[in-house]
Design a protein. Structure first.
Length: 461
């Protein structure tokens, strides 16, 4: 018993741990999904920022190339000062602007550098972007030396025609770290959202794990209490059932003993044959009481049990014989109408006998002196039909289903278990029991039980 309790407790603890681990695994999957989503959004933010910087550089280059001073044929035009102020103003708005250079006929006529260059190292233009973004603006990449620092830049180059018909080019260089500055806001927002989401996920799943474990432990405690209550209820049902099932044979036993005592007390009119018959009936009743004990042991441990091949007419005869004294004492006749004595079924003999005895006892309790209780045994298709008919007051239609429920009885002294146990026994044999209408009044309990395969074949033939 201690081993089973320990094993049950271990199982409950293991189930709780497994549930908590499952919640944690789901939380880890949710966190991983958030991390992947964050990476995807960061990548998207980088692509978006790069496109924004390229669009900005293209726009600056186009606008500068459209300035009249750029297309002027005079290199000493005072408009270059205004152009220089414009370039510095653009640098104020776009601090990623590195330099602007204007070349005409191979000669640099304007060059505005935002930071000082170490000219000891020439720009590296070995790596070019193969894409021409607009068909007019070419894009390339260079590495500049600014003091001791190398600065990668993106160079936008566009050609133009001067007023005198000669060609020229304008270059605008933007620092590549402008992309980082462009995406910094989006990246910061994404990182903050990721942290908030991750913290929310961890807290939520943590609370869920605690709640799941708490609910499971609470349900386990409640289940334990329910099992204890069910055990108490079952113990009460078992005790009432024992009292109910022993009341009938004890009544028969009491009557048989009284009749034996009467025979023994009359030495002149003593009938040895009758005395022997009564003694044998007492022995049979005691044997049946022992079988009732075995049946209740079976009910207390409902394990699968092999069914027996039973000749139904013999089972009915035993039940009638057991209750004969009680019927005789009450002045109620019992008649048997059996159409086929070879009807066989598969059932547990003790349970089925108890079911028939309970129905016969119920019929006796609602019969008055001079009434007749009839038993009719027939076969129909693949079933055996046993009908027990009394001449009592009958059962209202509204009560016909309830009478088979546990603890339902119309008699003050009844336990409400007789018909319940009868239905249980019949259903275990694969059959059913119900109350049907009869024209003559009274009650008719019909028990339907499946025939054995041999009887089915004979019935079909």
């Amino acid at each position: 018993m201690n081993y089973m309790a320990a094993r049950s407790a271990y199982f409950r603890i293991s189930l709780t741990l497994i549930t908590a681990l499952l919640v944690c695994i789901i939380a880890m999957l949710a966190g991983t999904s958030l991390w992947l989503l964050r990476s995807m959004h960061k990548q998207l933010a980088h692509v978006t920022a790069t496109k924004a910087v390229l669009d900005q550089g293209k726009l600056i280059t186009t606008r500068l190339a459209d300035q009249p001073i750029v297309k002027s044929s005079s290199a000493d035009d005072p408009g270059w000062r205004q152009f220089s102020r414009m370039v510095n103003a653009l640098h104020t708005m776009e601090n990623g602007l590195q330099y602007v250079s204007v070349t005409k006929s191979g000669v640099t006529v304007f060059h505005e550098q935002m930071t000082s260059l170490d000219t000891s190292e020439a720009p590296d233009s070995s790596s070019n972007f193969p894409t021409n973004l607009t068909g007019q603006i070419n894009l390339s990449r260079k590495i500049l030396k600014v003091g001791k620092e190398t600065v990668p830049v993106v160079v936008f180059n566009v050609g133009f025609k001067r007023d005198d018909g000669s060609s020229g080019t304008i270059e605008v260089a933007l620092r590549k770290d402008a992309v980082g500055r462009e995406e910094e806001t989006a990246t910061t927002a994404i990182t903050s959202m990721f942290k908030v989401s991750l913290i929310t996920t961890v807290i939520s799943f943590g609370i869920c794990a605690v709640l799941v474990v708490w609910i499971m432990q609470r349900e386990m405690r409640r289940e334990k209490q329910r099992r204890e209550q069910e055990h108490l209820v079952f113990a009460g049902v078992l005790a009432n059932g024992i009292a109910h099932d022993f009341r009938n044979p004890m009544s028969s036993l009491r009557l048989d003993v009284q009749m034996i005592e009467k025979e023994v007390s009359s030495p002149n009119n003593r009938n040895p044959e009758k005395l022997s018959k009564l003694t044998q009936r007492v022995v049979n009743t005691m044997n049946r009481m022992d079988k009732v004990f075995q049946e209740f042991l079976y009910l207390s441990k409902p394990v699968p049990k092999a069914l027996d091949r039973i000749q139904l007419s013999g089972c009915i005869k035993d039940c009638v014989e057991m209750l004969a004294a009680g019927y005789e004492q009450a002045g109620v006749r019992i008649e048997q109408h059996i159409s086929d004595y070879n009807i066989e079924i598969m059932a547990d003999q003790t349970s089925l006998r108890r079911a028939i005895i309970n129905v016969l006892t119920n019929a006796l309790q609602f019969s008055k002196k001079g009434d007749t209780v009839s038993l009719r045994l027939t076969s129909q298709e693949n079933n055996a039909l046993l009908e027990i008919i009394d001449q009592g007051p009958g059962i209202p239609i509204s009560e016909r289903k309830k009478i088979f429920d546990m603890f339902v009885s119309s008699r003050p002294s009844g336990t409400g278990l007789g018909l319940f146990l009868a239905r249980t026994a019949v259903e275990r044999a694969g059959g059913n029991i119900k109350v049907i209408d009869i024209p003559a009044g009274g009650s008719c309990f019909r028990i339907t039980l499946p025939l054995t395969s041999e009887n089915k074949g004979d019935n079909a033939g």
